[in-house]
Design a protein around this ligand. Sequence first.
Ligand SMILES: [Zn+2]
Length: 434
Amino acid sequence: MSLDDHAEELASALGADTQEVREDLENLVQYSVPIEEAKSSLRRKYGDGSSRAGEPEPAAIGEIAPTDSAVTVTGRVLTVGKRSIRYQGQDQVIFEGELADEEDTISYTAWEDFDLAPGEAITAIGAGVREWEGKPELNLGSDTTIEKSEQSLEVPYEIGGESELVDLEPGDRGVNVEVAVSEVESKVIDGRDGETEILSGVLADESARLPFTDWDPHDAIEADASIRIENAYIREFRGAPSVNITEFSVVEESTEEIAADASAPRHTIADAIASGGMFDVAVRANVVGVRDGSGLIQRCPECGRTIQKGQCRSHGSVDGVDDLRIKAILDDGTDAVTAILGTDLTAEIYGGDIAEAREQAREAMDQTVVAESIAEEIVGREFEVRGTLSVDEYGANLNATAFAASADEPGDRARALLDRVEESERAAVMEGSP
Ligand SMILES: [Zn+2]
């Protein structure tokens, strides 16, 4: 194909003047730009007008696949979060959020400031697609043209990032919340630019309690303060969502007082698992079993992991340090979770400390007797358990901060009834005796 042929074909596809296209093409080829690259560059140049030739076909959000290289997509901006990341050694400000059409949503990252605002309807022409956690995500950059539409697009999703804490999930961007500061402390960390002061603690609303980090301390964040935070982002911290506040977040005193309930919201195990993890949750459930690795256990002195027969997976043969732990299977009829109880809670239930457990194991010449004693205490009984629930590929764990027998436990009621029956029987026997 000659240059003339290329020019003619391109001009007719773009609806542009053949002579003009030919000159442009000749210019580019003269500077050793390969012909195909020169043509796509001209498609972009002429394509910015009414013609859409050379642009990716318009796609509905639900049709976009992680394997697509570029798409043209129309949707409504739901959220816009702004933050700074370090990319190839440089600090770069990026914008992130979600775009929706009538049926689906998709996350986007904008590497340039397209001046996006929640509620706007846009068409992103030539948006890149990448895979993020198995799902497609849009990359809006220098190859992308954003056209803002005058027409509104009705979408069945909430516009703007107003959220309750319970609804937040890792990956959420541009989030706004009204919360109480339940706990806060200042820390100095070794950050990417040396020592930096940050704030961390716990935020609460009526729906949940979540940990937070403020990477650029805001004055309004004080213990017991009711605050409104705009433009936070959520990431996972120890298996549960955590609120991240940055230099781009706006934090102000709230016009309303928000109750910082110190108690954890109660959920069914199924709901807590379905939420993907909860930082502080209470469940009421029966202990249906005690897993291996409960009772008297040994930990590696280097890394603290539990060891088997004196062998640490990372440190080889080590002198184990004794500890107490319970891995109890909780079931509340909706689902099951493994509650993990540390040294102190375990000692309380066992009714003895590590030394006493060691003594019992030595006498029995078998350390599994400790786990058996614990199982006798708790299996078949109902407990109120509070802690951090996390979900991973191996299942759900609840790291317990509190573990107490249910106040109105059916087992207790039955025992109390039995005690009364026995007493009256005893009384009857005594009365009947001469
Ligand atoms: Zn180790």
